[in-house]
Design a protein around this ligand. Structure first.
Ligand SMILES: Cc1ncc(COP(=O)(O)O)c(C=O)c1O
Length: 387
């Protein structure tokens, strides 16, 4: 019933409805049709207004986007939502606020996405940076082990995923842990695999933590627009700072670089705002049609139950409960399933077989990931995954 919103992406190159079942949606989510007009509108506004487009973008479009994100996550202050083309830029800007002449101790997990993991590895080569990585498994004790270290160590920064990118497992009790963080520790939640997939209420921690995500995945608005909500009364002064940060009345202009008391503290520089138009078009579509994160999540939960039902009857050598990485499928899982195929070649072979049966998946070494989306039909049995 939701497929009508995605007719362009659900077309084969010939224009006929695609025969493929897209199960790589956790990687690249399809874009609703409304995004096509949104991109063209960006072009038309640029042609009509040229340099004068920046006023409507900064005074109208960006606040509208911030309001929509704030409503989605129950964030109290939309003006504290910084935007940039990717999360790396935002997180690196945050990292740049720490004094390179002083020790920087970072607590994280061994399950973070490459964007942060690689950056951290590089920073670790510096003498002042020390990283503690908590093993994500076993998931049953992750919350306890992570919090113990957080409270025991003297960390300047803690960073953890809300939903792990390689498995879809939800970090148990992460928001409660963040709420109890030591005052001196900045806490970042990488919410990319949670945002617009699972209902999230950040109300209780929004004034204390950073939260990052973007529009490429579950919002379905494409690459190029990510955000980071920043805590209340943030006084960090990023060394990596762009000229957009000057767009506001600045504090202490006289003797040093000033920073605004809002998202512009973490602003960069010129970027393409067509993803902003696309994102707003998707938010407007969903609002108009009464589609909420809850309804998306319920659609996906029902799809996952149908998939598991079919899987349990199929007796597949690789796609089965033993190889499915999980902790709490009903309460705490993202919108994709990951199967550990043992070796990269077994996963590659399975991915090829799935493609030949019209199923698109994605793979990271020996891990094969199968995702679920609003644009999967409500009567899809997923039988062709196992045939
Ligand atoms: C958990 C997680 N964080 C962040 C990202 C995106 O990182 P970036 O915006 O820096 O490319 C992804 C993308 O797949 C992800 O899975």
């Amino acid at each position: 019933m939701y497929q009508k919103y995605y007719s362009e992406f659900l077309k084969a190159p010939s224009g006929a409805p695609s025969a493929m079942l897209h199960m790589a949606c956790h990687s690249h989510h399809y874009w609703p049709d409304v995004t096509l007009d949104a991109v063209q509108q960006y072009w038309r506004d640029s042609a009509a207004l040229a340099d004068d487009k920046w006023g409507p973008i900064f005074e109208g479009k960006i606040p509208a986007w911030q309001n929509a994100v704030a409503r989605t996550l129950n964030l109290p202050d939309p003006d504290r939502i910084a935007i940039a083309p990717n999360t790396h830029e935002l997180v690196y800007r945050l990292l740049s606020a720490f004094d390179p002449a002083r020790p920087l101790r970072i607590l994280t997990t061994d399950g973070e996405f490459y964007s942060f993991a690689r950056q951290l590895q590089r920073l670790e080569e510096e003498p002042n940076v020390e990283v503690t990585r908590i093993a994500k498994e076993p998931y049953a004790s992750l919350a306890e082990r992570f919090e113990q270290e957080l409270q025991r160590g003297d960390f300047q920064l803690a960073y953890a995923s809300m939903v792990f990118f390689d498995s879809g497992v939800v970090f148990p009790q992460l928001l409660d842990i963040a709420a109890r963080k030591p005052k001196q520790t900045e806490f970042v939640i990488d919410g990319y695999h949670g945002f617009f997939a699972r209902p999230i209420d950040l109300g209780a921690v929004a004034d204390e933590v950073f939260f990052t995500a973007g529009s490429y995945k579950y919002l379905g608005a494409g690459e190029g627009l990510c955000f980071m909500s920043i805590p209340a009364n943030c006084t960090l002064r990023p060394r990596n700072t762009g000229w957009f940060a000057e767009l506001e009345e600045l504090e202490n202009r006289a003797d040093r670089v000033g920073f605004a008391d809002n998202w512009l503290r973490f602003a960069g520089a010129t970027m393409d705002y067509s993803p902003l138009y696309k994102g707003l078009a998707v938010f407007e579509l969903f609002e108009r049609e009464g589609i909420t994160v809850e309804s998306i999540h319920n659609h996906v939960l029902a799809a996952q139950r149908r998939f598991l039902h079919t899987m349990d009857a199929a007796d597949h050598p690789l796609l089965n409960r033993e190889r499915l990485i999980h902790f709490d499928l009903e309460q705490g899982h993202g919108h994709f399933f990951t199967f550990d195929c043992g070796t990269a070649s077994a996963a590659e072979q399975l991915q090829r077989e799935l493609r030949s049966r019209g199923v698109l998946s994605d793979r990271r070494q020996q891990l094969l990931r199968l995702g679920f989306a609003l644009y999967h039909s409500a009567d899809e049995s997923y039988q062709r995954v196992f045939d």
